[in-house]
Design a binder for this molecule. Structure first.
Ligand SMILES: [Fe+2]
Length: 149
């Protein structure tokens, strides 16, 4: 994981992310290793569903899928991702509305809090595979930021 303030390019610590309500943890990527910590997170935070999502250049409609998340949006549920393969870029608004850029790679668990604006992009490899946790799948529908808001 590499986290920086997007406007200044300066480094962001996991403590600073947490102070801005973004939870980060590093876990091993073997299922035997990560399932227990994920189960603990589910218990603590009330997530009840788990699935896996994979994107690659071979994914049908990859550009359309990526286009859904590149514009700034939020969700009514937390966005919980544990990266198993590939990489991705989250730009998440801080409490004072600055972008925090978090580049995730295998072993990174990140929680974008509900009702916090953010956007997501793949890197040049266009490849990521993640475990997702949800309180309720219906809460994870993008709501786009008003361009004038
Ligand atoms: Fe999102």
């Amino acid at each position: 994981m590499k986290a920086t303030w997007l406007d200044q390019g300066t480094a962001l610590s996991t403590q600073e992310l947490l102070a801005n309500d973004v939870y980060y943890e590093r876990l091993a990527t073997q299922p035997d290793s990560y399932q227990a910590p994920l189960d603990q997170l589910k218990g603590e935070r009330g997530y009840i569903q788990q699935d896996e999502v994979a994107l690659s250049p071979e994914t049908p409609n990859i550009d359309a899928i990526c286009a859904k998340f590149v514009d700034e949006h939020l969700h009514d549920d937390d966005e919980v991702r544990f990266v198993l393969e590939g990489e991705g870029i989250f730009d998440i608004r801080s409490r004072d509305d600055r972008y925090m850029r978090v580049v995730v790679e295998p072993g990174d668990l990140i929680v974008v809090p509900a009702h916090r604006h953010h956007r997501f992009m793949l890197t040049e490899t266009q490849t990521i595979r993640c475990v997702r946790l949800f309180k309720d799948a219906s809460g994870w529908v993008p709501r786009y930021r008003d361009a004038h808001g």
